[in-house]
Design a binder for this molecule. Structure first.
Ligand code: PHE
Ligand code: FE
Length: 294
């Protein structure tokens, strides 16, 4: 076990401790042949699917990180590249962390990665994040300086939102969902993926970029913070940024008054088009299940 870290953050309330706990050592020697084979198959499949679909920053970072296709990477190897590029490092965790720990790690530029990988029966879907989602989906973009700063700012924002109540946390979670997990970016060659939930899914990688079913709407911070999302199906709507700088700048202001203002407004359903939306593609809604939004 790595000893628990205790850091401090300066806020308007003074020095506030960041408890970034839940860390284990990656039990690399315990991965079996099946674990490495699952990694290898998922990696090879996404390498093909993401050509021409993932954003340039992701593809460039994949090349720079030189993740091993044949075997599950050691986090300590990846950390050499990450720390040099943006000061981030990976920490191994058992699974989803309590909010305070998750935000605390991000604020300390530590990305928690689930150490275990799915079974061969779960190649296409599992309900909780595993190593493939966390590592393949989230880690490459931490090599990008602007995105890396966005993730750290998000962690600090999360710690602050914890003192502001459930409404603030729900709004912040929607922002994470529609950017970090399911974001699209508009490049010179069209729509590309940067959200990790898409990048780690072969089916949603194709769907998010090519399907006629979902809405695709220009990024709008306040609109996103009012928008419900889907947890048991592909998204009904995606929000499209022009650059990571746009994302970083739009989320730089103090959210405290924004949370308060938005809390009084009703939320938008996941598949809804709102007045004032910059509609890039209006979805057909084909195949949408009748389960409720989250
Ligand atoms: N600027 C936000 C705040 O003051 C924090 C934040 C940064 C939230 C980046 C999301 C992303 O709360
Ligand atoms: Fe994720």
């Amino acid at each position: 076990m790595i000893p628990q870290r205790l850091e401090h953050q300066v806020t308007d309330k003074g020095f506030v401790p960041i408890y970034a706990t839940g860390v284990v050592e990656q039990p690399w020697g315990d991965y079996g042949t099946t674990d490495h084979a699952v990694w290898s198959r998922l990696y090879a499949r996404q390498r093909e699917v993401l050509r021409g679909r993932a954003c340039d920053q992701f593809l460039a970072a994949m090349a720079a990180l030189r993740m091993d296709e044949a075997r599950i990477p050691r986090f300590s190897d990846l950390n050499l590249h990450l720390e040099r590029a943006t000061g981030w490092r990976l920490v191994a965790v058992e699974g989803l962390l309590p909010e305070v720990d998750f935000f605390g790690h991000l604020a300390a530029r530590e990305f928690p990665v689930t150490w275990w990988i799915r079974t061969p029966e779960q190649m296409d879907y599992l309900t909780e994040p595993d190593l493939f989602h966390d590592l393949f989906g989230h880690v490459p973009l931490l090599m990008d300086p602007v995105f890396a700063d966005y993730m750290c700012a998000y962690g600090r924002g999360g710690l602050k939102a914890m003192g502001l109540g459930e409404d603030a946390l729900a709004q912040l979670a929607r922002l994470y969902w529609y950017t970090v997990e399911f974001g699209l970016i508009r490049g010179s060659e069209g729509l590309r993926i940067y959200g990790s939930g898409i990048l780690s899914s072969a089916g949603e990688s194709r769907y998010a970029v090519e399907s006629d079913a979902p809405n695709r709407i220009g990024f709008d911070r306040d609109r996103i913070m009012r928008t419900r999302y889907r947890i048991d199906s592909y998204q009904r709507g995606y929000f499209v940024i022009d650059s990571f700088e746009q994302l970083f700048e739009a989320t730089r202001p103090d959210f405290t008054p924004i949370y308060a203002r938005l809390a009084d407004l009703p939320p938008w359903a996941a598949g809804e088009i709102a007045p004032g939306d910059d509609v890039i593609t209006r979805g057909t809604g084909e195949g949408w299940s009748d389960t409720p939004d989250a």
